[in-house]
Unconditional design. Structure first.
Length: 143
């Protein structure tokens, strides 16, 4: 069972925008990435496997929303391995129906590698949310 830490309402609150059409899939993928990033972290869970502490659960929710916002802003689709199959429109026309796609940037090897990496890597904002909440593994702890 995949734990999902945020819903479309939380995503809308986080971004201030309507969620994308694939929001449910993005939230699920981001939640799996958050779970993987915190696999060695210690925190209490409830019977469903969700963090039992409200502050920890809030951090998981916020980190999930931040990750989705990052993917949407960068045009990354983790379900497609990060690779977007749509090139941005470079030019349009009305008479004769002309449309040109800019494949110079979106089609480059560097862009594909960056998007593939972004699909499987926690963004810095999501990491900082988890880190500041004390959830990321920090090695040896005294106490």
């Amino acid at each position: 069972m995949v734990l999902v830490y945020a819903d479309t309402t939380a995503l809308t609150t986080w971004t201030g925008q309507a969620p994308p059409a694939n929001a449910t899939q993005l939230l699920r993928s981001a939640s799996m990435l958050i779970t993987s990033a915190t696999v060695a972290s210690v925190y209490g869970v409830d019977d469903a496997g969700l963090p039992s502490d409200a502050k920890v659960l809030d951090a998981f929710r916020d980190a999930t929303c931040a990750q989705v916002a990052y993917w949407v802003g960068a045009g990354v689709d983790p379900a497609a391995g990060g690779i977007s199959t749509k090139a941005p429109v470079r030019g349009k026309g009305l008479g004769s129906g002309r449309v040109e796609y800019d494949t110079a940037v979106s089609g480059s090897v560097t862009a594909f590698q960056a998007k593939r990496s972004a699909a499987a890597t926690l963004c810095s904002e999501a990491f900082m949310i988890l880190h500041q909440a004390g959830i990321t593994p920090a090695g040896v702890q005294r106490g």
